[in-house]
Design a protein around this ligand. Sequence first.
Ligand code: NAD
Length: 303
Amino acid sequence: MIVGAGAMGCLFGARLAQAGYELMLVDVWREHIDAINSAGLKIETEQGEQTVKINAGTADAIDFRPDLVIVFTKTLHTAAALDSVCHLFDDRTCLLTLQNGLGNVDTAAEFIPIERVMHGVTNYPSDLQGPGRVSSKGSGYVKIYGADGQLRRENQLIAEAFSKAGFNCVLDPDVERAIWEKVAFNAALNSLTAVTGMTVGEVGASASGPLLAQRIVAETGLVARSKNIAMDEDAVWQSVGKAFAEHADHKPSMLQDVIHRRKTEIGAINGAIAELALESGIEVPVTETLYHLVRMIEQKLEH
Ligand code: NAD
């Protein structure tokens, strides 16, 4: 079962269904569910458009016990989404979160014992084009591991399923570090584009953008190290530089959320870094300021 059938949920759902896995997409968006059930899920890739037959529904329409729940809501909706399906869980149900941000395991562990929670990170790109329609162009990786640091048979089965579905998937005992590195990247680029309305390339070409981005990456590295995570700041900074040059027109999801007047994932990204920094007695002024600025924008857009 995939809970949160947006851009990523549909990408993973489509590929797993094409590889022969039986699964259901769960969402709250009625029009999207109806489009998928009536005309199939349309997925556009470099190879053209394909239509995938897959079942979709709201949580109350489900009457089976899932072996695996993959959570792909935005982080601010995780608790509500899991609350709506947790009555279906039994003592074998496993959960995987590949969402961005920090704190996803803590939320999942409120619904399922941590021994059956897996976490990870992916950089496959995907965009929702409209009801029943996604576009995913480009490749990426998926890194997963047990959230308690243990490798179990279930982790291996999931990695095998992802590989069979065509994802570059590895079991990575150091996945926590990969998660922090993606958080550092997102904390820099998502927040700066959301606040300025600039694309990634415009931030990179501005006088102050690269300086602020570098400070956020460095601040995130400090917090990661205080939590014994050996985040590779240079590697993150190189990825930021590559994004400035190669994805200049890209509007990260946080900027798109602001444009569409939606709440963002800032709480799980800059907000979570600032909270952990406070616990460790570290100052992260740029990360924290960007967090508050995005929150102010969200509040303004609510009215
Ligand atoms: P999205 O907004 O496209 O999809 C989220 C879906 O969750 C929506 O269809 C929404 O209707 C649904 N939802 C909201 N509340 C729900 C609830 N209570 N129950 C069930 N469904 C609910 O988001 P996305 O781009 O697919 O991102 C999902 C996660 O993956 C995020 O954490 C994001 O940061 C991360 N991510 C995204 C990408 C990308 O390229 N899109 C890449 C890597 C990671």
